[in-house]
Ligand binder design. Structure first.
Ligand SMILES: [Zn+2]
Length: 711
């Protein structure tokens, strides 16, 4: 997800400047790496030289320069033109962008208390900076002048879009509001960014705080050797030598829930997971959720919208909440039906082993694995040996090479964001540089959970030359057992292809202006999710899925089993996901609550229970994220936007059909179109137009439903 980046209110501050008048904040700027050109291979950040104390002075200098750039646009005597106003604004604040890009990426992958504190300190400065620009009347007047005469300016499509997006950005940033309302908006924005940041930091703290410590070998029953080895290693690192430690990070908890024979321990870790941010301690997020929802509604009203969803959705492909709910509703009923069948299978397994209880949340994954084994004679651990991490990564490279003719070569002697990261040079088929790709696979305490694709430098143009992007893929895969390579689950292999798809989107990116580089949130998962279609294709598996010990190619029989079992479990997966999407939407379509200085009268726990209860969510399935750890929506980034994965899936399922229809999943012509119309142009076109250019028509929902086995 760049996109799946969570937790970073700062990254949202794209174009911007505060007046934080330049008190001495430079601590010896002479050796601050941000303040000079990077003299590294490919111009990547000199990670080995960047120290935490470099960020703040570089930020403040960036703010100062950004203000100066804006001042220069406003005070010039020439009439506003595309170049002297729109382009100049697009290029304003370069240093700040440079620092922010690296800071945001590091906040996700290499954070610590000091970084957290710094983010907190800088957040209001940046939100003030960005508001001052958005509400600068002289600047807006110039932008408006160009906007109004754009039709007669002989601009190309990308330039026209830039003018329109810039103008719209100002309007949405409050440029048309009265001075009083602008002050209110500014205040709301800075409160919101602090709350989002606090939410995410609380979540990380709560995730790190929970420990399931096992000191009795019998309690490890059912776990795999790799799990046990990792838990022992984690315990050692936590000063619990000789014990086994399990945590709420994904590669620890999910396989535990899947494999542990100990029902009471499964219950313990499961409850730890779903109670994050809801423990009435100093990291509790309930009050923060309440405040966020209140202030967002207040902001929407101030901007003239009936609710917050309406404010954000007008920028998305879906356009309005009715379309979002229509898609969710279309999938919900068949998902519940599939879930109820899965639950029957699960309860049958419980009975089969002679137990008399009915399944609870902490039983689902465990008995589901057994049911899958019963039905399809397959289990996760048969497949892992064929999914060695390096092989899966090379499989992703292979697919990209066969679709687009591009190559990935390891780079030696280049600064790495972390010693565990790997670096690759990505070249186009003609040998020209597309960009640098970092990959950083394993969990650590300084890393946020989940997986995402971000960047240390966005693609841009300088003096007419394309500046190649520096892209990073960050995951939390199951670490290898000591002395063994890392073996992935099917889910993890899909995640690798997913993030790699975002990576390709960033690497192919070729736009001239930052202001038109972004695509809508509900389009952004198309490039990533479409890549997931290749990972389990027999033709592709036969290339990369080799047994890590023997080198044997994955047997056809196992591929067939995988294929048959592939759709099993989609009831659960769809249900937990759509439940979270409803939750996200329901918070942000609230309209009628009293919006004044008082807090909304919102009880987060009850609200969540009502939203899910009225739609019939089975008690065994919590939503994929509950309110108090739903960083996508509460931390920002995917607010009223968690539905985007499903929306994008409608596109990717339909889009992959374009390959299938030709009888060749590597059809170069289709791939060339996909690259040209979807992966390259950033946001210079309307998203639906981009899709139609590629596919020749609008997408339908049938492939999505078939894909999930729901039709
Ligand atoms: Zn994604």
């Amino acid at each position: 997800m760049k996109k799946d980046i969570m937790a970073i209110g700062l990254a949202a501050v794209l174009v911007s400047a505060c007046n934080s008048s330049e008190k001495k904040a430079d601590g010896g700027n002479g050796d601050n790496p941000f303040l000079s050109e990077y003299s590294t291979p490919f111009g990547v950040p000199p990670f080995d030289k960047i120290k935490i104390e470099h960020y703040k002075p570089a930020f403040l200098q960036g703010v100062k320069e950004g203000n100066r750039d804006v001042e220069a646009i406003v005070t010039q005597t020439e009439e506003p033109t595309f170049e002297n106003t729109i382009v100049a604004f697009d290029q304003a604040g370069r240093l700040l962008t440079k620092v922010l890009t690296t800071f945001s990426a590091e906040m996700g992958a290499n954070t610590n208390d000091e970084m957290d504190a710094l983010a907190m300190e800088l957040s209001p400065v940046l939100s003030e900076y960005s508001d001052k620009i958005a509400m600068n009347p002289a600047l807006f007047a110039r932008v408006k002048t160009v906007y109004e005469k754009r039709a007669g300016l002989n601009l190309d499509k990308e330039q026209t879009k830039l003018v329109e997006e810039t103008y719209k950005g100002f309007v949405r940033g409050g440029a048309n509001l009265s001075a009083d309302d602008q002050a209110k908006l500014s205040d709301l924005n800075s409160q919101l960014s602090l709350l989002q940041l606090t939410f995410s930091q609380n979540m990380l703290k709560e995730t790190n705080a929970f420990q399931l410590i096992i000191d009795n070998e019998a309690d490890l029953s059912g776990l795999t050797e790799a799990q046990i080895a990792n838990a022992s290693e984690d315990a050692k690192n936590a000063g619990l030598d000789g014990k086994w430690l399990f945590t709420l990070k994904n590669p620890s908890i999910m396989p535990f829930l899947q494999n542990s024979d100990k029902r009471d321990l499964r219950e313990k870790i499961f409850k730890g997971y779903i109670m994050r941010g809801n423990n009435n301690n100093e990291n509790d997020n309930k009050e923060i959720v309440k405040q966020l929802v209140t202030l967002r509604l207040e902001k929407a009203k101030l901007m003239g919208y009936e609710d917050y969803a309406a404010f954000v959705l007008e920028e998305r492909m879906a356009k309005n909440e009715n379309k979002v709910y229509a898609l969710l509703d279309e999938v919900w009923a068949p998902a519940l039906k599939a879930t109820s069948k899965e639950l029957d299978d699960i309860n049958a397994e419980i009975k089969k082993e002679g137990s008399s209880f009915t399944a609870e949340g902490w039983d689902w994954r465990y008995y589901f694995e057994k049911a899958k084994k019963t039905k399809f004679d397959i289990d996760e651990n048969q497949v892992r040996p064929y999914l060695e991490l390096g092989n899966v990564r090379d499989g992703a490279f292979y697919v990209a090479n066969h679709l687009y003719g591009i190559t990935f070569t390891p780079i030696k002697n280049i600064p790495l964001p972390h010693p565990e990261a790997q670096a690759f040079e990505c070249k186009d088929k003609d040998g020209s540089l597309l960009g640098v790709l970092y990959m950083d696979f394993f969990p650590r305490a300084s890393k946020n959970g989940g997986a995402w694709c971000g960047g240390y430098r966005d693609q841009s143009y300088e003096n007419g030359k394309r500046v190649a992007p520096v892209v990073t893929i960050v995951c939390n895969f199951t670490p290898p057992a000591p002395g063994e390579p890392a073996l992935l689950s099917v889910d993890e292999a899909e995640t690798l292809f997913h993030e790699f798809g975002h990576g390709l989107h960033a690497l192919f990116h070729d736009v001239h202006y930052a202001g038109v580089s972004e695509v809508p949130t509900d389009f952004v998962e198309l490039p990533s999710q479409i890549m997931e279609h290749w990972v389990m294709e027999p033709e592709v598996l036969k290339v990369y899925a080799k047994h890590y010990k023997t080198g044997e190619i994955i047997p056809t029989e196992l591929i067939e089993k995988l294929d048959k079992a592939g759709k099993y479990g989609q009831g659960f997966a769809t249900t937990e996901y759509v439940a979270a999407s409803y939750l996200d939407m329901d918070y942000h379509v609230l309209k009628d609550l009293p919006v004044n200085k008082e807090q909304l009268n919102l009880d987060v726990v009850n609200f969540e229970a009502n939203t899910l209860g009225k739609r019939g969510l089975p008690s065994q399935i919590p939503p994929r994220y509950r309110s108090t750890y739903f960083a996508h929506t509460m931390g920002g980034g995917y607010t009223a936007g968690y539905y985007s994965y499903l929306w994008s899936e409608m596109l990717d399922a339909d889009g992959f059909e374009a390959f299938k229809e030709t009888g060749d999943i590597f059809n170069r012509e289709v791939a060339a179109k996909f690259r040209k119309y979807v992966l390259t142009p950033g946001g210079i076109d309307d998203a639906m137009d981009m899709y139609k250019n590629f596919r020749g028509r609008e997408p339908g929902t049938d492939p999505l439903l078939h894909n999930r086995g729901l039709k």
